[in-house]
Design a protein around this ligand. Structure first.
Ligand SMILES: [Cu+2]
Length: 363
């Protein structure tokens, strides 16, 4: 049994603590309606605001500045990622790319300033055959330096596009020529490797597809490349979207478009569809297909042996990754393909939008 006076003395501090008012740091009651910000703003001190030049290092501050330039042109076309034509020079396939700033429309009424290859987001698709000698002449018409990295392609080191390591940056107004043999077969991409956090977020990316020397015995009926990325547009000003507080994206795009402006994949019952997912943004996107499962036939361009091909309906595409998946359209109807981080299916926080498209299966 407890001695009652001693028991009271032992519990007194607990009782006093329970009755003492405490400083409330942040509760729903003290957040002003509509601001989403706590009244006690000490928590905001270390949260950067786009364009606010919070970092003391000028280079870091530069990364957070608006995406803009001295010469912003209209977009070259409304759809990006279209095949780029080439000329032949003694058997070498010669492609020409120009880096330029354009006004790019993500969806109706939403236009960003974008850094592009040849005026579209994504830039034009370079599609060649394994073993081709490929020459790409790059003219930089941005206000800042750039380089191109051939992501996943087995190029000579000197062609790898890393500024300060394998080449000097291509200065504004300069031209640089990349040349290599296209290998191996698969789904790849090219993108800026100069201030990638800023330039890739701003649109400097495109698909690079290498087809096999011996054509596929059984090619898919529909072959679609889907580049996934993010944008930050605030008060009409474009910033590089980053996985950093205050710089998070508010728009999400498939091939440079947010739903409902994303393309519709039209297919007939019985046809086989190949989707080549490419993660080029800075966020992971678990892409989910309604109605029909798919098989993963290649990872990062490399074929998966048939016995090892997983059957899934959701595939997480991380930054830099590529997944080729295939499905047979068995059921007619309008089937959604969308990111299952559901905030990524919004446009500036409004649903529906972002990383969604329709697979239209007709009988
Ligand atoms: Cu996502």
């Amino acid at each position: 049994m407890f001695n009652k006076p001693i028991y009271f003395l032992l519990t007194l501090p607990l009782l006093l603590a329970a009755c003492t008012p405490r400083q409330v740091v942040s509760t729903p009651e003290n957040i002003p309606a509509g601001t989403g910000m706590p009244m006690d703003n000490t928590s905001m001190i270390n949260t950067p605001i786009p364009g606010s030049m919070m970092p003391s290092d000028p280079a870091a501050a530069h990364m957070m500045e608006p995406i803009t330039g001295s010469n912003i042109r209209p977009a070259a076309a409304d759809v990006g990622g279209q095949p780029l034509s080439y000329t032949l020079d003694n058997g070498v396939k010669v492609f020409e790319l120009t880096t330029e700033m354009v006004y790019w429309t993500l969806t109706d009424g939403v236009t960003v300033t974008a850094m592009t290859y040849n005026g579209t987001v994504p830039g034009p698709m370079i599609r060649v055959t394994e073993g081709d000698q490929v020459r790409i002449i790059v003219t930089n018409e941005l206000d800042e330096p750039t380089t191109i990295h051939w992501h996943g392609v087995e190029v000579p080191n000197i062609m790898d596009g890393v500024p300060g390591m394998t080449q000097d940056p291509i200065q504004p107004g300069e031209t640089f020529t990349y040349e290599f043999i296209a290998k191996p077969t698969g789904t790849f991409m090219y993108h800026s490797h100069y201030e990638g956090d800023r330039q890739v977020s701003a649109g400097l990316y495109a698909p690079f597809i290498i087809d096999p020397k011996t054509p596929e015995a059984n090619p898919p009926d529909v072959d679609v490349t889907l580049m996934l990325s993010e944008w930050l547009l605030r008060d009409g000003v474009t910033y590089a979207a980053m996985p950093m507080a205050g710089m998070e994206p508010n728009y999400f795009t498939i091939n440079g478009k947010s739903f409902p402006s994303t393309e519709t994949i039209n297919v007939q019952v019985g046809q086989r569809v190949r989707l080549r997912f490419i993660g080029i943004g800075q966020f992971i996107h678990p892409m989910h297909l309604h109605g029909m499962p798919f098989k993963i036939i290649a990872t990062d361009g490399h074929p998966v042996p048939e016995v090892a091909q997983l059957t899934k309906d959701t595939i997480s595409v991380a930054p830099g990754e590529r997944y080729d998946v295939e499905f047979v359209a068995t059921e007619p109807g309008l089937w959604m393909l969308h990111c299952h981080i559901l905030h990524h299916t919004t446009n500036d926080n409004v649903e529906p939008g972002g990383l969604m498209l329709v697979v239209n299966v007709t009988p």
